[in-house]
Design a protein around this ligand. Structure first.
Ligand SMILES: [Zn+2]
Length: 263
């Protein structure tokens, strides 16, 4: 169990304890102590040092707005919104200029528009073009795309199962892993659960947390049963045990389309 809590601004105090309590109420358990990324900064610093020693890092002084404006122009093979490499080949004089302006730099990887291909267990062959992604943010914090790669390897994770909304980050993360000489994990990107309007399930769809459901008279086990039924793992109203669910679970039978949650 790992809490990806590097984005301090967005982490609400107590939210992590609530998430762990919700998972426990669902009947999920995990091996060992809970790992928090905010307590592993030295590991990410080591990885950054390794990348730096490999000569693939460069400082980027761009503001969000500059990146948005630069990224809206077409840039050959790079995907829409990709960083076009504005700061990739600055001279030392140009870097000194920007340092004098007091702009704190982020660190980016010189990715060379690498094309990374992988086989997703559910989606099949997939490939992505890697742009010069940020590995250390301009506030000094390690970037998500660095931290998850370091941690997945350190935790011995061989297969990553996650929402299809993260598919666009996979080529980047595999590329970072290659640069760090880490073994590549396998991936299975599962379709999301959507609200009745077909958009990603969110607060505006009403009672979507376990606490909301409890207030509406639905227990965590009933919610679990409803989710299981949406995957064909339970009959409507049946309350299968975790052991039964595990026995019934078949990755090959996972839906390839998003599930729309009935109101
Ligand atoms: Zn830049």
């Amino acid at each position: 169990m790992r809490l990806d809590d590097l984005d301090r601004i967005r982490v609400r105090p107590g939210a992590d304890e609530q998430q762990l309590a919700d998972l426990a109420a669902f009947g999920l358990d995990w091996d060992g102590a809970v790992i928090r990324q905010s307590e592993r900064l030295d590991l990410y610093a080591q990885a950054l040092a390794q990348l730096d020693a490999g000569g693939v890092l460069y400082p980027c002084y761009c503001t969000r707005r500059e990146i948005r404006e630069a990224a809206s122009a077409p840039h050959g093979a790079l995907p829409e919104g990709a960083y076009p490499g504005t700061c990739r080949d600055l001279s030392s004089a140009e870097r000194a200029d920007r340092e004098r302006d007091g702009r704190p730099p982020a660190l980016r990887i010189r990715a060379g528009a690498a094309v990374v291909s992988f086989t997703d267990r559910l989606l099949g062959e997939h490939s992505g073009v890697v742009d010069d992604l940020v590995v250390r943010r301009n506030d000094g914090a390690p970037a998500y795309n660095l931290a998850v790669v370091v941690d997945d390897s350190a935790q011995g994770i061989g297969e990553i199962v996650r929402g299809a909304d993260l598919l666009h980050t996979t080529a980047r993360q595999l590329h970072v892993g290659t640069l760090l000489d880490l073994p590549a994990p396998r991936h299975a990107h599962v379709p999301l659960v959507l609200g009745p309007d077909g958009t990603r399930l969110a607060k505006r769809h009403g009672a979507v947390t376990l606490a909301d459901r409890a207030a509406a008279g639905e227990s965590p086990l009933q919610v679990r049963s409803r989710l299981a039924a949406s995957l064909g793992l339970a009959a409507a109203g049946e309350l299968p045990s975790m052991a039964q669910l595990l026995e019934r679970f078949d990755p090959a039978a996972l839906p390839s389309e998003p599930t729309v949650l009935a109101p």
